[in-house]
Design a protein around this ligand. Structure first.
Ligand code: ZN
Length: 418
C-alpha cells in the first residue's frame, strides 16, 4: 500500500518547479543610464530574473507575457512613506491621530494603502515611522508569509527624537501619549538604547526627528546614532528642515536628510561631498494647504511650495544624491494615495529635473539608499523580478507613470494590461 502511495506522496512533498515566465518587452528602460533597448525578452523563475536579452530562448511551457507595445522598467521605490498612517485634514490636530487608531488597525491601513500603491507601480517602500506600536513590522511579516500581496516594505519602528516626539506644547496632564509613535532619547546613551529597541522589534532603518523643537540633536548625538545603526547594518534617516540642526545631521554622517526644505547651497554642497542623500518629500502646494494648521492659508502653502521647488532645483544643480520620497499622509476626495504620490512629479518638473533623473531617483537611487541595490531597483540577471510597464515612454513624458498598467512583484503578476 505504502509503495503505491509513495509516488503520490513524493509529488506532494517535493516542491513543484516554479513555472518560468517570459516577458516580451517592446521597449526596456534602464533608469541608471536613461537608455532604452527594444525587443528584449526577460525570463523569470522563482521570483528572480534568470536571463534577458534579444536572443533569449523561451523554454517550452513558459507563461508568456506580451508587453511588446509597452515601455518596461524596474518597479518604483518611495523612500519616505507612512502607509500605516492617514491624517484627516481639519478633523483633529496631527497628534490626535495617534490616539484614534490602534496598532492592529494601523497595520490593516498599511495593507490597504500598500496594495493601492503596489497596483500603481510602487514595488518597494520605506516606512519612516508613525506606525504606532510597530504595526509596520507585523505588516512586513504577514507579507513575507505570502498571506497578502503588497510592496516590499522597510520599517523604521518608532521615530527617535528629543523629548516630545513630534508633538508640541501639549498640557502636561495629557502625559507622554506620543510614546506609541516615538521614543524619547535625549542623551547618547538613550539614543543607543532606543536604536536597540527599534532593531529588536524589526526596524530596517533608524529614523530620527531632529529639529521639531527649539532643542535638537548635536553633531555628536547624530554620530553616536549613525555608528550604532551602521554597526547593525542599518542606515540613518533624519527629519530636519535646515539651520544648525541640519549642519549637525550632515556632519554627524546621517545617510539621508528627510525634507530639508530650508537647506542652503553650502549645506547642499556639503551633502554632495559627504554623499548624504536628500529625500526631499517635495510636497505640491495643494497638499501643503491641507497638511497642518500652520499651513492652513493658501498663501503660506504657496510660499513653502515655491521654496521646495527652489531647494529641489538647487540640490539637482549641485548634484546632491536624491531619492524620491513622497511623505503623503493626507487624503483628498476621489483620489488614491498613489494618485497623490504621482502629484510630486509636477514639483520635480517645475524644478527642471529631467525625466531621466526623476526615474533614477524613483529606482536606482532609492535602491542605493535602502541598501538593496544588488537585488532591486534594476532589471538584471539575479535581481528580484519587480517589473512595471506602461503604454507610453516616461522618458518623454514623466507624467505617463500614472498610466502604469502592468505590475510584477517578486515574479508574481499583480496587474496585467486589460
Ligand atoms: Zn514623513
Amino acid at each position: 500500500m505504502f509503495k503505491k502511495l509513495l509516488p503520490l506522496l513524493l509529488l506532494w512533498i517535493l516542491p513543484a518547479a516554479a513555472q518560468t515566465i517570459a516577458i516580451h518587452a517592446g521597449h526596456l528602460i534602464n533608469p541608471s543610464s536613461g537608455s532604452i533597448t527594444n525587443n528584449q525578452t526577460i525570463l523569470i523563475q522563482d521570483g528572480k530574473i534568470t536571463a534577458m536579452g534579444s536572443n533569449v530562448t523561451v523554454p517550452a511551457g513558459a507563461q508568456v507575457v506580451d508587453l511588446s507595445n509597452e515601455w518596461v522598467m524596474p518597479g518604483l521605490i518611495d523612500a519616505h512613506t507612512h502607509i500605516t498612517f492617514q491624517e484627516i485634514p481639519g478633523k483633529a490636530p496631527f497628534e490626535g491621530m495617534y490616539l484614534k487608531e490602534g496598532s492592529p488597525f494601523r497595520a490593516l491601513r498599511g495593507l490597504h494603502t500598500g496594495q493601492i500603491i503596489l497596483n500603481a507601480g510602487f514595488t518597494t517602500v520605506r516606512e519612516v515611522g508613525n506606525e504606532a506600536d510597530y504595526a509596520c513590522s507585523d505588516l512586513k511579516k504577514a507579507l513575507r508569509m505570502g498571506w497578502f500581496d503588497g510592496p516590499t516594505i522597510q520599517c523604521a519602528g518608532k521615530i527617535i527624537g528629543p523629548f516630545g516626539g513630534q508633538s508640541k506644547g501639549m498640557p502636561e496632564e495629557v502625559g507622554d501619549f506620543w510614546k506609541h509613535e516615538y521614543l524619547d532619547a535625549d542623551t547618547p546613551a538613550e539614543i543607543v538604547k532606543a536604536i536597540h529597541q527599534n532593531i529588536y522589534y524589526g526596524a530596517d532603518v533608524i529614523k530620527l526627528a531632529s529639529d521639531n523643537s527649539d532643542y535638537f540633536y548635536s553633531e555628536n548625538d547624530i554620530r553616536v546614532a549613525v555608528n550604532e545603526a551602521h554597526n547593525a547594518g542599518r542606515p540613518v534617516a533624519v527629519h530636519v528642515y535646515g539651520g544648525k540642526a541640519a549642519d549637525n545631521v550632515i556632519n554627524g554622517g546621517a545617510d539621508s536628510i528627510e525634507h530639508g526644505f530650508t537647506l542652503t547651497d553650502d549645506q547642499l554642497k556639503l551633502m554632495k561631498e559627504k554623499g548624504t542623500f536628500l529625500v526631499g518629500t517635495d510636497f505640491p502646494t495643494e497638499h501643503l494647504a491641507g497638511l497642518n494648521p500652520s499651513n492652513e492659508t493658501l498663501a503660506d502653502a504657496s510660499k513653502l511650495g515655491k521654496n521646495i521647488i527652489d531647494r529641489l532645483s538647487r540640490a539637482n544643480k549641485i548634484g546632491v544624491k536624491m531619492a524620491f520620497g513622497s511623505d503623503t499622509v493626507t487624503e483628498m476626495p476621489g483620489r488614491t494615495r498613489a494618485d497623490m504620490m504621482f502629484d510630486y512629479l509636477a514639483v520635480w518638473r517645475a524644478a527642471n529635473i529631467t525625466p531621466e533623473n526623476i526615474l533614477k531617483a524613483m529606482t536606482t537611487s532609492g535602491a542605493e539608499l535602502l541598501r538593496i541595490s544588488k537585488e532591486r531597483g534594476a532589471i538584471a540577471n539575479g535581481y528580484f523580478a519587480d517589473i512595471i510597464a506602461l503604454p507610453a515612454n516616461p522618458l518623454q513624458d514623466i507624467e505617463s507613470l500614472r498610466k502604469i498598467n502592468f505590475v510584477m512583484k517578486n515574479g508574481k503578476i499583480i496587474r496585467a494590461p486589460q
